[in-house]
Design a binder for this molecule. Structure first.
Ligand code: PEP
Ligand code: MG
Length: 908
């Protein structure tokens, strides 16, 4: 060996130098291949060139790297020759190799694989003779020249919209021969293809296809190293936080063939069901085929197990006789090899203690394992596999919790279509899966009609070109929402997600005719009242009415949640404005309400009229008169919330949005309002104009409203205290927390606190009884965070409004960021949308500072967060580390936050 440092690690039956623990050095694929050898599983022998060699290649260039690894690669090939009993470059019985990349982290699509390396015009004849199969040999050669020409020599389409040049040649030869499928080409055709491919390469690249196997091998190794630095790979790493310095390993391995006749086969398998999580070995295979044929979908693959095969036949409506004749399982066809495969899968799952995704090939009656890795799975499977492995004693509690990706719980939390119903259903259109869940209803095209229909007890799906804020109430009563236009951040999508309501948006094939009240898809017309069904998790739209089933919150899901609660430190509350939402929040395990946005109640029924009357009033007396109408309604709302959340804290926030949000801006709306209020339209217009602000988000809103109009705060405080006493009288255990929004200075807080305390004293005196309550503030302006010590002396709790805190700290409004944020994200100027996942370095620093300042003056101050970030797993982890007491998020995200909080606690 010329170098003291080792760059090449062999694996095989006689010797294996790597192991699963060496992922950093050997990449994921190489490390697992070595580990399989260590477990005594039969793997085609090979060697892995380490990621360190790639680093040398990047830093010192090709010649330096090749000089360093040269001798070790020669020894590696000699090792494989010895193990496989064949010689590389031998013309009679050539050893063929595969060359693949394999980084530490999986980087899908970084580089294609090169198969059948070592073939040339002589070796192909030897292979044909040895295999007794000329077509097989020429097909292998054809595939090799095509892959090598593309991946290593760089023969790509001239323009990206052009066809693959090799495929163009194949199509020409097929046309000449008058055949449709590649499989119909015979040995002579394939031989012609090889010749044409080589001529094409010479013409386009200006070099001959290398005939010396060693030249081929060095070329392939260099191509893999270079692929680490191609644009696609660089961008992928930037987006996924993978350091550029890691480098890729190169795996060189003996080829085995599943296409050598009827005693050969190739397949993929999972140690458990990746869809449901059921502990059942399953997979697919094809006799006399190559790996890519299984996924290509040209032939119908067969099932590995007989049980799986029988299940498949029932679904595919294939009779048992036909199944056994045409689609027998591997278990039936090759029982001995199936038993071996079963042994391998059990060994691997027990060893890696996770569901494995396997690739295997059977060459003339001998089983070879080609790959094992942790298998991808659905949200439901994630939960079931984690909990079953915990019960089976394979993993501990912390591992089970870490196995589930919190966001994937989304799949389980919303209603889904009944699987039987789905089988018969017809997809009529596809759109974006904007908000998960399943919904069936009758088509309506107008939001107000959705309300009417829903009031009559009908299930409706609101279909629109796109939605706007006026559609809010119609959306809230619809079972689902379908729009023809708009993306994942369109109004419909955002609002529906907030409501936890199923939504498919941007279904381009849907043509909505509001006048005719029809929706046309292709030549099919759907009228108002027709039934359709939406799957908000897949974006599929179905004709007719499909049965749905509610989310299953017990079973493994319930057990996982209980486990999360055992491990987490953060409390999880919900943002909920109505008793109905509070009930959902409790069902999902919320331990309180962290934010009730009282203004949402102002839109209900005819309350908006009283609100508008208050806005229109000329003086305090007029405002008080209007507020008196609102008082009983707010009191009723709060009482409902306290009752629903008995025993748990309920945080009620004073009025927050600017008043212009409550008045109509269009002329028609203003006319209606004028009539209702009994004033002239001109007067309404004038008031609306007065309320107009250049930057409403930085305008007359939040506590500024309560400061200019203290009577609003008085009414709301009175409603809270009276409701609290009322609810307690009826048996509820009430824990009220009143919260002042948008505070920037302690004097603002004090001014509002004085009003609230005065009202409390009045109500308690009138009733002759009192109730404990907390009086706190939102921290959502940067200044509030900066002076949190002075505010903390007065406020009994802090709740971070990270939506406002983000927009004010970043200096862009959450309503306007859509015009440039996507561009920023694409260019990597921001790693993620700061309104979705908290900007830890900037906004997060303010949070940390405010927590420290608050606790420095009031050590037991309660601190939480109620911005959208409270339901984002990465943000939850940050809030855990920042020492917050709770996060509060929309009811449907509560389970996600519970799990994220547990994972954060485990991570420490
Ligand atoms: C916030 O700003 O984070 C918050 C919770 O309040 P809102 O979204 O209502 O402004
Ligand atoms: Mg806010």
């Amino acid at each position: 060996m010329s170098s003291a440092h080792q760059y090449v690690y062999v694996f095989g039956s006689s010797r294996t130098e790597g192991s699963a623990a060496m992922k950093n050095l050997l990449g994921g694929k190489g490390a697992n291949l070595a580990e399989m050898c260590r477990l005594g599983i039969t793997v085609p022998s090979g060697f892995t060139i380490s990621t360190e060699a790639c680093t040398v290649f990047t830093e010192q260039g090709r010649d330096a790297a090749l000089a360093l690894i040269r001798d070790e690669v020669l020894q590696g090939v000699a090792f494989v020759e010895q193990e496989m009993g064949k010689r590389f470059g031998n013309a009679d019985d050539p050893l063929l190799l595969s060359v693949r990349s394999g980084a530490r982290a999986s980087m899908p699509g970084m580089m294609d694989t090169i198969l059948n390396l070592g073939l040339n015009d002589e070796a192909v004849e030897g292979l044909a003779r040895k295999a007794g199969n000329e077509r097989f040999a020429w097909d292998s050669y054809r595939r090799f020249v095509q892959m090598y020409g593309d991946v290593v020599m760089g023969l790509k389409p001239a323009k990206k919209e052009d066809h693959d040049p090799f495929e163009v040649v194949i199509d020409m030869v097929k046309a000449q021969r008058g055949v449709q499928l590649d499989t119909e080409l015979d040995a002579a055709d394939l031989k012609e293809l090889v010749a044409r491919f080589k001529a094409l390469i010479r013409a386009r690249i200006g070099r001959d296809f290398p005939t010396d196997p060693w030249d081929q091998l060095w070329g392939a190794i260099v191509a893999v190293f270079e692929s680490w630095n191609n644009d696609r790979a660089r961008v992928y790493r930037e987006l996924n936080d993978i350091p550029q310095s890691w480098g890729t390993a190169v795996n060189v391995q003996a080829m085995v063939f599943g296409n050598l006749g009827d005693s050969s086969a190739t397949g993929v398998a999972f140690t458990r069901d990746a869809g449901t999580g059921e502990d059942l070995f399953n997979g697919e295979f094809l006799v006399n085929a190559q790996g890519e044929d299984v996924v290509a979908g040209i032939r119908t693959p067969q099932q590995v197990s007989t049980l799986g095969s029988q299940r498949w036949a029932r679904l595919a409506q294939v009779s048992e006789d036909e199944r056994r004749a045409r689609y027998p399982s591997l278990e039936e066809l090759m029982p001995g090899l199936y038993a071996e495969l079963l042994h391998a899968e059990t060994t691997l799952e027990n060893h890696f203690k996770d569901m494995q995704d396997l690739e295997f090939t059977i060459q003339e009656g001998k089983l070879w394992m080609l790959q094992t890795r942790n298998g991808k799975r659905t949200g439901a499977a994630m939960v079931r596999i984690a909990m079953e492995m915990l019960r089976q004693g394979m993993i501990d509690e912390a591992t089970a919790l870490q196995r589930v990706v919190p966001d994937r719980l989304n799949d389980l939390l919303h209603p889904v279509f009944d699987t039987h119903a789905l089988r018969e259903a017809m997809v009529i259109a596809r759109g974006l899966p904007a908000s998960p869940g399943a919904a069936s209803g009758q088509i309506v095209f107008f939001a107000d009609e959705a309300e009417d229909w829903a009031q009559r007890g009908l299930a409706v799906v609101l279909v629109r070109q796109e939605t706007s804020p006026e559609d809010l109430r119609g959306m809230s009563v619809a079972k689902g929402i379908l729009t023809a236009r708009g993306g994942m951040t369109s109004h419909a999508a955002v609002v529906a997600r907030g409501m936890g309501k199923c939504c498919v948006c941007g279904a381009g094939a849907v043509h909505v005719d509001m006048k005719a009240r029809t929706m046309t898809i292709g030549d099919q017309v759907y009228a108002e009242g027709d039934w359709i069904s939406l799957d908000g998790s897949t974006g599929e739209v179905y004709a007719g009415r499909l049965a749905t089933q509610d989310a299953e919150l017990s079973g493994d899901f319930g057990a996982l949640m209980a486990l999360a609660d055992k491990h987490r430190r953060l409390e999880v509350r919900a943002n909920a404005d109505t008793p109905e939402e509070a009930v959902i929040a409790r069902r999902f395990g919320a331990t309180g309400i962290g934010l009730c946005r009282t203004e949402h109640m102002f839109f209900e029924g005819d309350r908006i009229n009283a609100v508008r009357e208050m806005i229109l009033a000329d003086d305090e007396a007029g405002r008080r008169k209007a507020l008196a109408k609102l008082l009983p309604m707010q009191r009723g709302d709060f009482e409902g919330l306290f009752a629903a959340m008995t025993g748990l804290p309920v945080t009620i926030r004073l009025l927050d949005p600017p008043l212009h949000e409550f008045v109509p801006h269009d002329e028609a709306g203003q006319q209606v309002m004028a009539q209702q209020m009994g004033v002239s339209p001109g007067r309404i217009r004038m008031r609306v104009d007065e309320l107009r602000e250049a930057n409403p988000m930085l305008g007359h809103r939040g506590c500024r409203l309560g400061i200019t109009f203290p009577e609003i705060t008085e009414m709301q405080a009175r409603a809270v205290f009276e409701a609290a006493l009322e609810a307690r009288a009826k048996g509820a255990v009430v824990k009220a927390e009143i919260m002042v929004p948008l505070v920037g200075t302690v004097r603002e807080f004090n001014a509002q606190a004085a009003v609230i305390r005065k009202v409390a004293a009045e109500v308690f005196a009138q009733r002759g009884e009192s109730i404990d309550y907390l009086l706190g503030t939102m921290i959502e302006t940067p200044r509030a965070a900066l002076v949190a010590d002075s505010i903390g002396r007065q406020a009994e709790f802090f709740s971070f409004g990270t939506n406002d805190l983000t927009q004010m700290t970043m200096g862009f409004s959450r309503d306007d960021a859509g015009s440039f944020l996507p561009d920023y994200l694409k260019r990597g100027l921001y790693e993620h949308d700061p309104f979705r996942s908290i900007d830890q370095k900037g906004v997060g620093a303010l949070v940390e500072m405010a927590v420290a300042k608050g606790r420095s003056v009031r050590p037991d101050i309660e601190v939480g967060v109620c911005g959208e970030h409270g339901g984002d797993p990465a943000s939850v982890a940050f809030f855990h580390r920042a020492g917050l007491d709770y996060v509060s998020c929309s009811p449907f995200r509560v389970p996600i936050a519970r799990l994220a909080a547990a994972q954060a606690a485990i991570a420490g």
